[in-house]
Design a protein around this ligand. Sequence first.
Ligand SMILES: [Zn+2]
Ligand SMILES: [Zn+2]
Length: 314
Amino acid sequence: MQIGHQILTNPVARGLNILGDRWTILIMRDAFLGRHRFSEFRTYTGIARGTLSNRLEALVAEGLLVKKPYSESPPRFDYKLTEKGRSLYPWALLIWQWESQWTDQQEAGVPGVLRHKVDGHTHNLIPQCVCRHCREVLRYDDVKRVVTGEQSDISAQEISEKFGSQRRTRSQVTADADHALGHIIDIIGDRWTTLILAAAFIGLRRYDDFHQQLGIATNILADRLKMLLQMEVLERKEYQSNPPRYQYELTEKGKSLYPQTMAVRQWVLDCLPAAVHPFKLVHKNCGEDLAVDVICGECKQVPKVGNVEFDRHL
Ligand SMILES: [Zn+2]
Ligand SMILES: [Zn+2]
């Protein structure tokens, strides 16, 4: 099964290359909570000054934030969400949803309850990822994956190197994971972990396949698989008894990360030009090519940044 290239060049990988970084995710979370000044990002995310300015510049370069001066002397800037940045809000809501379902929110650094304001009325907001065609709630097991063979101009090797050059070191990730084990940012804030997850979503199960198809060094792969097992996103199952051989399978908790992954993919397809589609994803329920929307479970409308209230600020 030669699918490494398809994993590395698909829209999910492209989105993760922009977003699959712990600090970037924290900055976007704060931007969605209404923060827009350097000092506010510093206070709430706890990011070191140099790293923060580096990530903010990257988000400006990607067109997710726009930088505007609000004081000339000394020079100070606001970082406001662009339309492209705001269109990631559904993804942020699904991250919140996953945290509230699977973790202790007191520790997670996310609001406890979201409320949706529509026409002067408010109700609790439970975000749902639905099929754009039949409007049924998206489930991992309802999607069929077909490799189309469409190739991108970028080689898997180049992308793999790009992931490698931007990844954080092993020791940093492990230390963070020990500190806050179980939170979604430990999974989606690390490019290698997200890549392993993306590969699991399209059917990779075995250690050798992850190693060969993704080109991940064995020590990093072993470290990330161990973390995904600890977090109960993957489970180890014996597929052969003599000699015993194991493979890594998605748990229900792991499968529940699928909607946010599809929301990233949808954002890339909707907002970034000329995305490559090496996989055809088909929603089995309606037979259409998969496209998703994130809606409010109560009123079925798409929540916008200004229409959502939080019970507390962090
Ligand atoms: Zn459908
Ligand atoms: Zn609503």
